[in-house]
Design a protein around this ligand. Structure first.
Ligand code: ADP
Length: 543
């Protein structure tokens, strides 16, 4: 056996911030703060303050592998913690503030968090959960001294005080790249949330992969605005990919409405963004109503749930913004596939190119995937056969934190819970989450396909398709629709809109119009809630 003779250097998150400082020291990070203003500084400042914070963490008694939690928006202080906590060998646990306080306390206890850093917006949550969090010793408000809130319920430390009282004289430690770097809990729509525990190695490999040209194609010429929150699977890896490539970062804080986002896009000359479809709905509603265009944004990542084809068309054909439809999950750090074209697609007319982009895409190198049938046998890549989607790779979980839920793997593969097809070119398309599939008379109906068709109707703002019990067919599709403001459309017109687009038996049985569709903690439609709401719904076909 002959070993290679290259240096052994662990892949560590601290290397990213050192790199950004040394090679892109004057590149900006711009943040909309909870204070209400716009804050600007550079990678050099970020690195200095991250080192000060690393010293502060040590002074608080935070040791290697201790968990440090955050309840925070996208902003420079949160970014400092990304590097200070993980870089010093502790584990950053980003908590989703949109979860119920009971769930937040449960997660913090499960993770055994030692400290929790929060944006002032979340003080009420902190006050509610503090008495129930057994392991947290320090509550740190991410604000300066003058703006520290008065609360008698929790004893608070001040973030800026901590930074100011510590020097930036700090050497990032070297350690095993397989040590844990950060922790994210799945939203736990079924059962308790489970922790995906990332390592330094998995994070760095994932970062290389998502920056590649056929992923997000990030570079030092980009200005990145992650709308996806830093508490939703590490903002899909963008806070790491930006330091790796030297891209400028723009952080929107808590103001995620269309107008506030649009202003930042334009003022900071953003070139690339990322978020779930519901966020883009808000932004596009604003630009459509105001007749605005994007002057610098040239691409955006859309994922987390299926991107409606109508949105791809609008972004690309009207706004000249390329849509990068991506798929992944918390258990995958999160990126698994991105729908970028191959050379042979370039000459296709827009409609056919968009048909490729509507799929969830090809794997990024490092991820392996397959679809299997009920017997576990692999299904063909013909774009038609659909089955359970399984994945594996160096940034895919092998088990959950503290062994929760037992061994999740099937013969070394992680079952995603998604049902998908894969075509001969390797483009995967999700037909459904297995729990959202509508099973009608032994046949499966894709709720995503029906929603995509509904969303293409000009009067529809949002649509969810759910299964409703049926005495003869087991389940039948019910379409739940939010109309656009002032739009008129009837049940009959919407049902007619499906004709010729899917087989007759797949057309929804009924349409109900609602004011709003419940969204989950990550901005996705909460179909579990809708199914509960319409559990006893009487379809006209059953009358
Ligand atoms: P949760 O929604 O449970 O918090 P994740 O955010 O990890 O967890 O979501 C992962 C799931 O989101 C995937 O398994 C898949 O069902 C869905 N998903 C993610 N991206 C897409 C996409 N582009 N199209 C369809 N579904 C998607």
């Amino acid at each position: 056996m002959l070993h290679g003779l290259m240096m052994q250097m662990p892949l560590l998150i601290s290397a990213l911030i050192k790199h950004a400082d040394r090679h892109h020291g004057d590149t900006e990070i711009v943040s909309r703060r909870v204070e209400g203003d716009i804050h600007r500084y550079t990678y050099r400042h970020l690195h200095r303050r991250a080192r000060q914070m690393a010293n502060a963490l040590a002074s608080l008694g935070i040791r290697m592998s201790d968990r440090v939690a955050t309840l925070a928006w996208n902003g420079y202080r949160h970014l400092e913690l990304y590097y200070a906590v993980s870089g010093s060998g502790a584990v950053l646990h980003t908590i989703n503030p949109r979860l119920h306080p009971e769930q937040i306390a449960w997660i913090a206890n499960h993770a055994e968090d030692r400290a929790l850093f929060f944006d002032l917006t979340f003080l009420p949550i902190v006050e509610a959960v503090a008495p129930h969090c057994r392991s947290i010793r320090h509550w740190v408000a991410m604000i300066d001294k003058e703006k520290m809130p008065a609360t008698s319920k929790v004893s608070l430390l001040c973030y800026e005080d901590l930074i100011n009282s510590h020097s930036d004289d700090y050497e990032w430690p070297e350690f095993d790249e397989n040590l844990a770097s950060s922790l994210c809990y799945t939203s736990g729509t079924t059962g308790n949330p489970k922790g995906a525990l990332y390592s330094h190695r998995s994070t760095i490999l994932h970062t290389y992969a998502i920056a590649l040209p056929d992923s997000l194609s990030l570079s030092a010429r980009d200005v990145v605005l992650p709308v996806v929150p830093m508490f939703h699977v590490n903002a899909w890896g963008l806070p790491y990919a930006a330091t790796m490539t030297g891209a400028k970062m723009v952080m929107p804080g808590g103001q995620l409405d269309g107008k506030s986002l649009y202003e930042l896009f334009e003022q900071e000359r953003v070139t690339v963004s990322a978020g779930v479809p519901t966020v883009w709905q808000g932004l596009l509603a604003y630009t459509e109503a105001s007749g605005l265009k994007f002057s610098t944004m040239n691409r955006t990542v859309i994922g987390g749930s299926a991107c409606p084809p109508a949105m791809i068309k609008l972004f690309q054909e009207k706004y000249g913004v390329q849509v990068l439809h991506a798929w992944g999950m918390t258990e995958m750090s999160p990126v698994g596939t991105v729908a970028t074209l191959k050379a042979k697609h370039l000459a296709l007319p827009p409609q056919q190119r968009e048909a490729v982009q509507q799929k969830q895409g090809r794997v990024v190198f490092g991820v392996d995937m397959k679809i299997v049938g009920d017997d576990g046998g692999e299904l063909p890549w013909d774009g038609k056969a659909f089955g359970d989607l399984l994945v594996r790779g160096p940034w895919v979980v092998r088990e959950y934190f503290k062994g929760e839920g037992g061994n999740p793997l099937r013969n070394g593969w992680f079952p995603t819970g998604d049902v998908a097809t894969i075509d001969a070119d390797g483009y995967m398309q999700i037909t459904d989450r297995s729990k959202d599939v509508i099973k009608s008379g032994g046949e499966w109906i894709s709720s995503i396909e029906l929603e995509n068709i509904a969303m293409a109707h000009p009067a529809v703002a949002m649509a969810a398709c759910i299964a409703v019990k049926h005495p003869k067919w087991d389940e039948r599709p019910l379409l739940v629709v939010v109309k656009k403001p002032n739009a008129q459309v009837t049940r009959e017109e919407l049902l007619a809109h499906f004709e010729g687009k899917v087989a007759k038996w797949q057309i929804p049985d009924d349409v109900v119009f609602v004011e709003s569709i419940p969204l989950g903690a990550t901005g996705k439609m909460l179909k579990t809630k809708l199914r509960e709401q319409f559990r006893d719904y009487k379809l006209p076909s059953v009358a």
